[in-house]
Design a binder for this molecule. Structure first.
Ligand code: ADP
Length: 240
């Protein structure tokens, strides 16, 4: 049985009341895990995720070491209870792909040459999913890396844009992703360098340009949330 609504956008408003250029409500908390070197919890609408960073630490097995730079490993995992129908636990093609592209989205900002022969492990657990989970994982990981004190050129921010009922929209829900015309997750650095761009569906050249501009706007807003989450953790911490 399909839960396809007749319209996903009516009079400029989406089914959850947002305008086309609005993000879902965001919550972010830094340093939520005692045993990780850095961690971050993030909510984006119906998505809930946690990122944990360990390292830089020794690489095992040693033959995986790289002599001139740190290795970055990223594991994205969706909990079996995170979706409506129970998801089979463990890695699958989708999670392996998301882990790969998320690692590549973050790697360009990490000063890898600072920690030769070492590894940084990033673990992302999706506790509740409602589309855009890879973007939530990247946003939370970026903050968890900063929380772990990993030297970086900047913070990576990520959001999805897409096309729904013929309009370019920011931050698609599960329903919009399922019944919309296009979904395009993007990640970028603070200065607008794109480190992830994927696309499902179809966009014209003009729509694509419009979508990139909207993603820039979304990422800027997310960056502000990331920044204030980090500041609020370290507020009041004396540097003497
Ligand atoms: P993203 O979560 O990054 O948007 P996808 O586009 O692959 O990645 O997935 C969109 C949404 O579809 C997910 O956020 C989740 O709500 C749902 N989904 C993905 N995989 C499964 C699954 N195995 N079972 C049920 N729902 C799933």
């Amino acid at each position: 049985m399909s839960d396809k609504p007749n319209k996903l956008i009516e009079k400029g408003k989406r089914l959850d009341g947002r305008k086309v250029d609005e993000l879902r409500p965001i919550k972010m908390e830094v340093g939520v895990l005692k045993r990780a070197d850095g961690s971050c919890y993030m909510e984006l609408g119906g998505n809930k995720a946690i990122a944990a960073v360990y390292g830089p630490r020794a690489v095992h097995p040693r033959h995986l070491q790289e002599a001139t730079q740190v290795i970055i490993r990223y594991r994205y995992d969706m909990a079996s209870f995170s979706v409506k129908e129970r998801k089979r636990p463990g890695p699958d093609r989708r999670s392996i792909e998301i882990s790969k592209v998320s690692r590549e989205a973050l790697a360009p900002v990490i000063l890898k040459e600072y920690f030769p022969r070492s590894v940084i492990d990033i673990f992302v657990e999706i506790l509740q999913a409602d589309a855009g989970t890879r973007t939530v994982g990247i946003n939370a990981s970026s903050v968890a890396l900063a929380d772990a004190g990993i030297p970086m050129r900047g913070i990576v921010s990520s959001c999805a844009v897409g096309k729904v009922d013929g309009e370019i929209v920011l931050d698609l829900t599960g329903q919009e992703d399922n019944y919309g015309e296009a979904d395009m997750p993007i990640a970028m650095t603070q200065d607008g360098k794109i480190t992830l761009l994927q696309m499902d569906g179809h966009l014209t050249k003009e729509e694509f340009a419009q979508a990139i501009e909207l993603a820039k706007k979304g990422c800027k807003q997310i960056y502000e949330v990331q920044r204030s989450a980090l500041i609020s953790k370290y507020e009041g911490v004396s540097n003497v």
